[in-house]
Design a protein around this ligand. Structure first.
Ligand code: C5P
Length: 243
């Protein structure tokens, strides 16, 4: 078999050169990391689950006109995506106080927020992805004001879509992170959703019991991570329920 050219290896995924120019193969690993990779473990099956779930969310977003990099799933662990110029920011949307927001502002986890809050973090592992403001982004040229407007609009559309989808299966979308990238279609350039959307990058709580069904299960040693992701996949009908 011809060896593919590896472009980049991250904590949870590997990117390979795709079969056509402008395409990339995204491979989902089983590695789970938290606290900037200070905590790590191989969780058998996680890559397969995240590949399927990210396919499901991105396909739905594409269908309702929210552009994403997703083209098609290739196999259990790989999907074909459009190559993008990644914007070096993580865009977080929060509906409920949790995680670093609750800690930073001394809020109780679980408090509803008066409106969705959009935050930017600068993607830099050495710095631990620090929170940044639009002032930093503009001053350091990470994105233009028009890009920031587009990023917020994309993030809020993803929030509406994912919140509704999760609500339908009894899950509260507490918060999530997306990454966006720039693509060029002839003279026209635009930002699209890139990377992945999965329980690795969302907080998902059962609406009845508050049970966590996301990466906090691993971060906080709350049980079996693959079981939690399987439950999300089964509730969404992405994977069949066990008899
Ligand atoms: O840790 P924090 O509360 O800031 O995380 C907010 C949301 O962004 C969570 O859903 C978390 O899983 C996600 N996130 C991520 N990748 C990071 C940091 C946060 O997916 N590097």
């Amino acid at each position: 078999m011809a060896r593919r050219k590896k472009i980049y290896e991250g904590k949870a995924k590997i990117l390979y050169e795709g079969p056509e120019p402008g395409t990339i193969v995204q491979y989902f690993k089983d590695d789970a990391t938290a606290f900037n990779a200070e905590k790590r473990q191989v969780i058998e099956g996680k890559g397969v689950l995240n590949n399927r779930l990210s396919e499901f969310f991105m396909t739905g977003l594409n269908a309702i006109g929210v552009p994403t990099h997703f083209i098609k799933r290739l196999n259990m662990r790989e999907q074909l995506v459009r190559a993008v110029e990644i914007i070096p920011l993580e865009i977080v949307v929060r509906n409920v106080a949790a995680g670093s927001l609750a800690k930073r502002l001394g809020m109780e986890e679980g408090a509803d927020l008066p409106r969705p809050i959009v935050e930017y973090y600068y993607k830099d592992d050495k710095l631990g992805d620090p929170l940044v403001t639009e002032e930093h982004i503009a001053a350091f040229g990470w994105a233009s004001q028009a890009d920031m407007d587009d990023m917020v609009a994309l993030a809020l559309r993803v929030n509406d879509y994912l919140s509704g989808l999760m609500y339908g299966v009894g899950i509260k979308l507490v918060d999530f992170k997306i990454e966006v990238g720039r693509v060029y279609d002839g003279d026209f350039q635009r930002l699209i959703v890139a990377d992945e959307i999965s329980p690795d990058s969302c907080r998902l709580w059962d609406m009845e019991t508050g049970k966590k069904l996301d990466k906090d299960v691993f971060r906080r040693d709350l049980g079996n991570l693959a079981d939690a992701y399987t439950e999300v996949a089964q509730r969404l009908g992405v994977m069949p329920k066990q008899a």
